[in-house]
Each structure stands twice: as C-alpha cells, then as structure tokens.
Design a protein around this ligand. Structure first.
Ligand code: PEP
Ligand code: MN
Length: 667
C-alpha cells in the first residue's frame, strides 16, 4: 500500500518540509513527482514498513490531509501508482506546443485527431499528406521516420532525413508532430525535432527506452504491446512517469487474439477500463488494429463512442503506392468524411472536436488567428463567469469552450454573471439561453434587454444527461423531496410524474442542489435527492440513483458566451469556429414594432429580400407595457455584407432594435 499526497499549487517551502518530515517520522520513504501538472509525494513503507491489519498504513490519513499545503491524500494498492486514477484528482490534460504560439490540449472535454502516413517516404509525400489531413481537421501530424518492420528486407524508414522532412511539413501547417523512437540511443538526436515521442507496440516493454524517453519531459504516446495486458501497459506508462515525464498518453492499437480476419483485434473495452484505472488520456489507433482501410472509420467512431480522447489514423494520398501499411491507410476523402462523422458524434459524448485555426491561403502562418486561438484555449488568464458551482452544466460548457485550466468565477445567479461581465470582474461569461426539450430560457434572454452593453460573442451546444443524485443508503423508495433548477424539473417531467408523492424544491442551479444534500458529510439524509449531472454527484461524493432521466436523450442546451459590447478582448476568438478564423455566420437581435396589423410582415420581407434565413422568432411581453411585445430573432448569414444592409433596413422598420451580437453558429 502506498500513500499519494497531492500538494497544493501554492504550498510554502516550510509547509512542504513539514509534510516531508511528518512522513519520514512515520517511517515512510518519500519520492516527489510531477504528474500532469500536479505535485505528488509518493510515500511507501510507513512505521518501518508496518501496516495495520486492514492494510492501511500506520499513519492517520486524516491527520496528513489536514497538514497545511496538502490538497489531497489517496492510497493505492495497485502496482502502478503515478498512472493510477486515485493519484490525481482529475484527468490529465496533455499540452503540446504547435510551434506557432498556440497549444494543443489532449484529454478532458476534447477529441484530438492525429493523422498522417505510416512512414515518411519523401519530402513531397509528407508535405502533401500534412496539408490534406490539416485541411480535414487533424491537429497533430504522425509519420514514422524509423520503422520497426517485421521483415528486415522491408522499408525501414528514412531515419533522420525523414524526421527533418516531417518537422518541416508540420511547421508549414502549424501542426505538432509525433514520431516513433525505436531505441534509447536515438532519443537525444530526435528530441529537438519531434514534439511527441511515440513508443511503438514492439517496444512497449523496452524499459531502457522508456526510461530514456521519459526523462526528457516531452510528451509521449505509448502504444500497447500486441500481447500486453492492461496492467503491463500501465506499468510501462509508470516507467515513463517515474522517469519524469508528466505528459503520457496511452494508445490502444489492437491486440493479438485468435481472430485472423483483421490485422489485430481492437480492444474497445480497454478504453472504459483505462478510464477507470488511470487519469491518462487514451488515444485509439484503428488503423493498426483493423488493418483494412474500409473498416477503419467505423472502428474509429466506435472508439470515440467508447470514450477515447483521440485517434491516430493512417492517411496516404496514394495508399496503393505506400511503402508501408498501404492497405490500412485511408484515402484523403475517407479521412475527411470520418472527421465530419466525428464532429457529429462529439456532442453526443459531451466533447468538442479540437481544431487548429483555419489557414487562409497565402496568409502568413503566424497570423493573428493563431494567437487568439492560443489565448482562447490555453492562455486565458482572466476569469470567465458562470452561474452555479463546481459540477454545474455551465461549468462543463466553460471547460469545453476554454479548457479545464481556464480561471473561472462561480456566481449565484444569471444577473450576477451579467454584472461581472459589465464591471470587468470577468472577461466574459457563459449562460444558457435555450434547451432542445424545453425551449427558450427566458430569464437570460430578458437580461439582454436589461444589459444593453453586454453582447453575444459565441455559442456552443452541450448535451445534458440528468441524474437523480442522493446520499449512500438512499433509494427511490426513501426519497421524499427532490431539488433542482427549474430546467432540471422541466426536462425530467415524465420521470418525475411517475413519483407523484415527491415534493419539489427549486434551487438556483443544479450543482447547488447537489451541494445542499451533501450536507456536512456526517448525517446523510436519505429522503432528499437532486437532479443534476453525474459530474456534480462526483464533486460531492454522492451517487446517481438513476441516470438519463431526461425525457429524451436528444437533450441539448445552447449556451452563449457574453462579453462587454465593443470591447476588444484578448481572447476574442472564443469558440473553435471563430478561433479557427472562420467568419461568423449567425446573428441575434431583439426588436419591437408598432402595435398595428401586419407590422411584422415588412421585417420578414427584408430578411427574405437578402436571402437571410431565420432560425428563431419568438415574442416576449415588454415589462410594464401590457400586450406589447419584443421579438427575439436569430438569423444565419452567409455574406456579412448583406447582413449590414439588412440590419440597417430593419432598424428603420422597427421601433427599437437591439443587436445582440454576431458569432459563429455551433455545430
Ligand atoms: C505505427 O504507428 O506506425 C506503428 C508501427 O504502430 P504499432 O507500434 O502500434 O505497430
Ligand atoms: Mn503503420
């Protein structure tokens, strides 16, 4: 049994020393490790190696957790420790520099697609493949310079020359590169050329290679050995982590089974198993698993559905001419189609497909969009406001839009979010405006008319899966009271109707409802439950009695990102689409018209005249003016030039018009 002690980020040197002495005084030997951004002390032994009867080290875990500067204490009996899920409070997010000032983050709420040929064959081939996979949406370029081939007579790769070609191709596209290192002696020569080291399946247990590659502090993609168990694989990852690597990704690439139809057997179940056992991101390589081109895309989608954080896919401009793995390499068109399918699947699994900024032809590589994108995804240093607390759906939306590391400001109400944006205590905010089951969230739409200086700068859609959450010992029969936000009740009406004896209490947000039942942790009340996300249940150590209680699984909430009007923000490119340099294609406005017959008609005519399509039209009563209304309109625009003219004409036709913002529509 080992104790893992996670230290707070701001621990003082004196406090750290005190933690070390406490452990040493109790007979532990202590090793300090940095794993995925967390500083951990791994303590083994304890009271001269003695452990109490239940296998618990003879030191009080509680006492340890109360020492100043200690964030968390966990125990693990697994043979791997640094790779174990218990070791870290959250999923590891691996950061890789693109070389153009931005950072690709792998893990968490993102899906990262790596693509490229099996092997670098020539300068032209890698440059052409890089351009085409980048165009379809890959964010990292793969390719082998040193190829571990089964036959000594097969093409062995171009070696360092190939790596140089690949680096140039990656740089030309603003993409980081990943390439396999096959022996410890090659590590030093390759380290300045590659962004990520790949350890191949054949080398998964080459421990000298793992130690060497892990010691450089560069991200490593560790492939699973063809006959390796999950435990052996995690122990190989442990070698990398123990050697000092903090950015390790696991890559399932198929294992040897009795089946011979496919090249290997893709172990889909390894994905959820790893997610349970480890905090490391899981990438899936469907190409080497399946080995048959036309079957690769379906296996790729299955991997995403099973919870993979990303894919690595072989693509070749002319697979029939490829020097290695041609039969499993996708044609560029197949890859493009796969990327579109992944984009459609991503919201179903609550994730966002990671994109690089779009490259305009002829534009310099290091353009402004790159810088904005970097800020939006990894360098946001100012706070983003949301309503709720840890575990709230709005926080999940925030993670998707800005990354898990973005600083945040949790506030108790929607007006407080608008206030924070207005007074500058938050650089922007994120609020829900519409749900696919219950319609418009009027409270927020109405706030736009109260806060005319706040505008919409982006949107995103989040899939909402509600759970009925309660304390240990509770069951559907013990519940008397259910707490949630009004949206939670509305979206789960059918389920709640089956329990007419339950009382409902409305809370400001779903996470606060969960927090309220967590209480002080001493006396769990088994008569109350809350409707909220599984994430909220985890935050407060509660369990989901039932999940998926929303009335239809196609349950999405549309969030908008709000900012002060006319303020040029450091992270103006909030959402993937905007940040990718694509033009905004959606606008929202509110207007009122004369209270007379047919006065809406000319407004619609203007939209029709300019070929602008309307995705929302809704009337809301104007406060204090009975029977007069504001119209809320969302329109999609293809040519922004037309939009300006149309808006000018619309302004003349209406009594009051408030332009809420122009932004890129969420997929
Ligand atoms: C590769 O990715 O090119 C490769 C050789 O894969 P694996 O090590 O999984 O066989
Ligand atoms: Mn290959």
């Amino acid at each position: 049994m080992r104790m893992i002690v996670a230290l707070s980020k701001d621990i003082a040197p004196r406090e750290k020393e005190a933690v070390f002495s406490y452990l040493a005084d109790n007979g532990f030997s202590v090793r300090e490790q940095n794993v995925g951004g967390d500083v951990l002390l791994v303590a083994s032994g304890g009271a001269g190696g003695a452990v109490s009867g239940g296998g618990i080290p003879a030191v009080s875990e509680r006492e340890l957790s109360l020492l100043p500067g200690v964030a968390r204490v966990a125990q693990t009996s697994k043979p791997y420790q640094l790779a174990a899920r218990e070791t870290k409070g959250s999923d590891t997010i691996v950061s890789v520099n693109t070389g153009t000032g931005s950072v690709v983050q792998i893990g968490g709420a993102r899906i990262c697609v790596i693509a490229g040929p099996c092997a670098v064959e020539s300068k032209e081939q890698i440059a052409e493949t890089a351009a085409c996979v980048r165009e379809s949406g890959a964010v990292i370029l793969r390719g082998g310079a040193y190829k571990p081939r089964t036959s000594p007579y097969a093409f062995q790769g171009l070696g360092m020359k190939g790596l140089e070609y690949m680096k140039a191709a990656g740089e030309a596209q603003g993409m980081p590169i990943v390439t396999e290192v096959v022996s410890p002696e090659l590590v030093d020569g390759m380290k300045d050329l590659t962004d990520i080291f790949q350890i191949g399946a054949r080398n998964m247990q080459n421990f000298e290679l793992l130690k060497r590659a892990g010691s450089l502090g560069k991200p490593v993609l560790l492939k699973r050995g063809a006959s390796a168990t999950i435990e052996e694989w995690l122990l190989a990852a442990e070698y990398l982590l123990a050697a000092g690597s903090k950015d390790v990704m696991l890559c399932e690439r198929g294992i040897r089974t009795f089946e011979t139809y496919t090249r290997n057997t893709l172990d889909i179940s390894a994905i959820p198993v790893l997610k349970g056992l480890s905090h490391l991101p899981v990438i899936v390589d469907p190409s080497h698993a399946v080995g048959i081109r036309d079957m690769v895309p379906r296996a790729a989608l299955a991997a995403i559905a099973a919870g993979a954080d990303g894919l690595t896919v072989e693509v070749h401009p002319k697979p029939e001419k490829a020097l290695s793995d041609g039969p499993q390499s996708l044609y560029p068109e197949q890859f493009e189609r796969l990327m579109r399918d992944i984009e459609a699947l991503a919201p179903v699994v609550g994730k966002e497909l990671l994109r690089l900024p779009r490259k305009e032809s002829g534009e310099p590589k290091k353009n402004a969009a790159d810088a904005n994108w970097a800020q939006a995804f990894s360098l946001v240093t100012e706070k983003i406001a949301f309503c709720g607390e840890s575990g709230a759906y709005a926080e999940q939306a925030l993670d998707r839009a800005f990354g898990e590391n973005a600083p945040r400001l949790a506030l108790p109400s929607f007006p407080a979010v608008f206030d924070a944006v207005l007074d500058g205590s938050a650089v922007c905010g994120i609020v829900p405006v519409e749900n696919s089951l219950t319609g418009t969230i009027h409270e927020n739409y109405d706030l736009f008319t109260r806060y005319p200086d706040v505008a919409i700068t982006g949107e995103l859609k989040l899939r909402i899966v509600h759970c009925l959450i309660a304390a240990d010992g509770a069951s559907l029969d013990t519940i008397r009271t259910v707490r949630s936000h009004s949206q939670g009740f509305a979206q789960c009406k059918e389920f709640l109707d089956k329990h007419p004896q339950w009382r409902f209490e409305t809370w400001n947000n779903t996470a606060a409802a969960v927090h309220s039942i967590a209480g002080d942790g001493q006396t769990p009340d088994i008569t109350v439950a809350a409707i909220a996300s599984e994430a909220a249940a985890k935050v407060y150590g509660l369990k989901a009695l039932k999940s998926g209680i929303e009335k239809n699984p196609q349950n999405y909430t549309r969030f908008v990102i709000i900012a002060r009007r006319n303020v040029s923000l450091p992270a103006a490119a909030f959402l993937r689409e905007n940040s990718a340099g694509e033009q905004p294609n959606k606008a929202s406005l509110v207007f009122s018209i004369k209270d007379e017959a047919g006065s809406l008609y000319p407004c619609l005519q203007i939209l029709n005249k300019y070929g602008i399509s309307m995705t929302k039209l809704e009337s809301r009563p104007i406060l204090g003016q009975p029977w007069s209304y504001m119209f809320y309109v969302d329109i999609t625009v293809e040519e922004s030039g037309k939009l300006e003219t149309a808006l000018a004409e619309l302004k003349n036709q209406t009594e009051n018009m408030l332009f809420l913002g122009v932004y890129r529509a969420a997929v």
